[in-house]
Design a protein around this ligand. Structure first.
Ligand code: ATR
Length: 285
C-alpha cells in the first residue's frame, strides 16, 4: 500500500476500538480493487464526538463506520440520515459527500445479504430472533419486511415488545414478542424456518454458552449467529451437528461491511477477499 497526497481516508470511531477488525477487512478490500484508499481506527470518547465529526469535514475523511457506544450520539451532527437509521435511531456508516455528512445503518442489510449469500431467502419464512439490542433491532427491521412471521425473544421483555409494536405498525405483519427463556425458545422453534441469535450469548470469554438446547435444532432450520468471536460458536456447532444450515457471525460482519464499502466507493465489494482477511485475523487472535 502506497500512501500519497491523493489517498482517500476512511475510518471507524468507537471506544474501545483496539480489537476492531474493520481496518483489516477494508484495507484488504481497497488493496484488492487497487483503490487509493486507507482505513484507520480512531478511539473517540463520548465527549469527543462533536470534535471528531468536525474533523471529518475539515480533513475530508471520506467515510466512517461508527461503533459502540456512539451509534446514536453521532446522529445530531449529521446533515441527513436514511429512513432505516432514523427508525433504529442508530447510525453505523457515515458518507462524507462533498462536506455533507450522510448517515446509514448497514447492520440489517448485512444480515439479510449474509442469509441470501448462503442461499437462505427469508421471504415468507417464519423467523425467530433472539435479542432486542442494537444489532437485533436492525435485523428485525430488515427482516420484518421480508419474513412471513417474526418472533422476537429478549432477556428483558420491554425492548422486545416496543420493537415488535413499532414493526407491527410499520409492516402489518405477524410479529410477536416474548421473554427469552428455555420454554419460549423451544415453543417458538416449532415450525420455525430461520433462527437468528443476535444476543451476545456465546461470545468469548463465554464461548461455551448458548440459549438453545441442541435437541431443539433440526436439519430443516437455518441458524445464523451474529457472534463472530469465536468463529464457530457453541450454537453454530450444535446446529452443524443437527445438520442445520449454519451462517456464522463472520458472514454478517462481512456483508454489513460490504454494504458500507459500496456506499462509500460505489464499487462492488470484494466479499471473498474481505471474508478471507477477517478469518485470517480471527484465527490469529
Ligand atoms: P449489540 O449492539 O451487539 O446488539 P446490545 O445492544 O448491548 O449489543 O444488545 C445485547 C443483546 O444481548 C440484548 O438483547 C441483551 O439482552 P437485554 O436487552 O436483556 O440486555 C442480550 N444479552 C446480553 N447478555 C445476555 C445474556 N446473558 N442472556 C440473554 N441475553 C443477553
Amino acid at each position: 500500500m502506497v500512501i500519497s497526497g491523493k489517498t482517500r481516508v476512511f475510518g471507524v470511531i468507537g471506544d474501545p476500538i483496539e480489537h476492531t477488525l474493520s481496518p483489516v477487512i477494508y484495507n484488504a478490500a481497497f488493496e484488492a480493487l487497487k483503490l487509493d484508499c486507507v482505513f484507520l481506527a480512531f478511539k473517540v470518547k463520548s465527549d469527543g464526538i462533536a470534535g471528531a465529526l468536525d474533523g471529518i469535514r475539515v480533513l475530508n475523511v471520506h467515510g466512517l463506520n461508527v461503533t459502540m457506544p456512539h451509534k446514536e450520539a453521532v446522529i445530531k451532527y449529521l446533515d441527513e440520515i436514511d429512513p432505516m437509521a432514523k427508525f433504529l435511531n442508530a447510525v453505523n456508516t457515515i458518507q462524507n459527500k462533498n462536506g455533507k455528512l450522510l448517515g446509514f445503518n448497514t447492520d440489517g442489510i448485512g444480515a439479510l445479504n449474509a442469509l441470501k449469500a448462503n442461499r437462505i431467502d427469508p421471504k415468507g419464512k417464519k423467523v425467530l430472533l433472539l435479542g432486542a439490542g442494537g444489532a437485533a433491532r436492525a435485523i428485525a427491521y430488515t427482516l420484518a419486511s421480508q419474513a412471513g412471521e417474526l418472533a422476537i425473544l429478549n432477556r428483558t421483555l420491554q425492548p422486545a415488545e416496543e420493537l415488535s409494536n413499532l414493526l407491527k405498525q410499520a409492516f402489518k405483519k405477524k410479529i410477536t414478542a416474548g421473554t427469552l427463556s428455555p420454554t419460549t425458545i423451544k415453543a417458538y422453534l416449532v415450525g420455525a424456518d430461520v433462527l437468528i441469535n443476535a444476543t451476545s450469548v456465546g461470545m468469548k470469554p463465554n464461548a461455551n454458552q448458548t440459549s438453545v438446547q441442541p435437541e431443539w435444532l433440526k436439519h430443516d432450520l437455518a441458524v445464523m449467529d451474529i457472534v463472530y468471536n469465536p468463529i464457530e460458536t457453541t450454537l453454530a456447532k450444535d446446529a452443524k451437528a443437527a445438520r442445520a444450515k449454519v451462517i456464522s457471525g463472520v458472514e454478517m460482519l462481512i456483508y454489513q461491511g460490504a454494504a458500507s464499502f459500496e456506499i462509500w466507493t460505489s464499487c462492488k465489494a470484494p466479499v471473498e477477499v474481505m471474508r478471507k482477511a477477517a478469518l485470517n485475523h480471527l484465527q490469529k487472535v
